[in-house]
Unconditional design. Structure first.
Length: 308
């Protein structure tokens, strides 16, 4: 149980579910050739999950001080799992994730793609040790890595199977993946700012320079509000441009109920949020928006099939 808590298994399950959803609920329904077989795609998901798990482990190692203040019940390293054991788990997960990525890159005859897995592992390490202490930059890197976990699907499954005959269709599918990657980036970037506000006391005691420490909780909340308004407007425009014009009315209703309405709720609530409990609640709302936003790819696929 301590090990599962160390690697944040719930977040890893969501990551794996997201990647499987894009493949089997969306790409498999498009009647285009895909570069990876089912077992090879399984390796891609496994590699991504292993690297993410390694990121959570190294983050937990370096977050013992802040978590002891902000979330004492979530501290794992030093309570059941020693720091040495945690480092060994981190190294094992990273080596496994990069090795699988290297094997997969060679299977599809794109050996240079292996560098992407090394880059992800490196960014996760530097985030935990250095970048998270730098205002905004740490938030940006975490949000970017989630977006990459969406884009990597297109890089490995679409790009190698692209030919001159299907280039336009493949580009259209990759564009949709890019749209979802941008959505994931926006929501997760806002959530990282909210989490920094929630953890401001522990971060301050550890000498970190997060956004709420640098400019104050109130101003940081206003910045999160500003980005949330941008995300709301862009999501609304996207629904109007792609869903309404293509008569995907079920997708429109779904997006309003699970993305736009909760985002509006977030925008209203962050105005008056003051306590750690309130910001924790808002962070959970953003996590749900992200989950249901990604799940919309299944709703869209079913809506298209139903309309057909």
């Amino acid at each position: 149980m301590k090990f599962l808590k160390l690697i944040r298994y719930k977040n890893l399950s969501m990551l794996a579910f997201m990647q499987l959803l894009f493949r089997y609920a969306f790409l498999k329904q498009q009647e285009v050739p895909l570069a990876l077989s089912d077992w090879q795609y399984g390796l891609l998901v496994l590699s991504t999950v292993l690297l993410a798990a390694a990121g959570y482990v190294i983050n937990n190692i370096y977050d013992v001080g802040t978590d002891s203040i902000n979330k004492p019940n979530d501290v794992v390293v030093g309570k059941g799992i020693t720091e040495t054991a945690a480092y060994n788990i981190y190294i094992g997960l990273n080596i496994s994730g990069v090795a699988i990525g290297f094997i997969l890159s060679n299977i599809i005859m794109r050996p240079t793609f292996a560098s992407l897995f090394i880059l992800i592992a490196s960014l996760l390490y530097f985030y935990a040790t250095t970048l998270k202490q730098i205002m905004i930059l740490g938030n940006f890197v975490v949000a970017l890595l989630l977006a990459v976990s969406v884009l990597i699907i297109g890089v490995f499954d679409l790009f190698p199977a692209t030919t001159s005959e299907n280039q336009a269709q493949m580009a259209s599918l990759f564009s949709i993946l890019t749209d979802y990657a941008l959505f994931a980036f926006m929501i997760n970037f806002i959530r990282e700012i909210v989490k920094d506000i929630e953890d401001v006391n522990g971060d301050y005691n550890m000498g970190m320079n997060t956004l709420p420490i640098a400019i104050g909780v109130s101003r940081a909340a206003k910045i999160a509000l500003g980005f949330a308004v941008i995300a709301f407007v862009l999501s609304g425009l996207y629904c109007n441009t792609y869903f309404m014009q293509n008569k995907l009315y079920i997708a429109v209703f779904y997006a309003f109920a699970t993305v736009l309405a909760p985002l509006l709720y977030f925008i209203v609530k962050i105005f008056s949020a003051k306590s750690q409990k309130e910001f924790n609640h808002l962070s959970s709302i953003l996590k749900l928006i992200l989950f249901f936003g990604i799940l919309s790819i299944l709703v869209i696929a079913l809506n298209i099939k139903y309309n057909a």
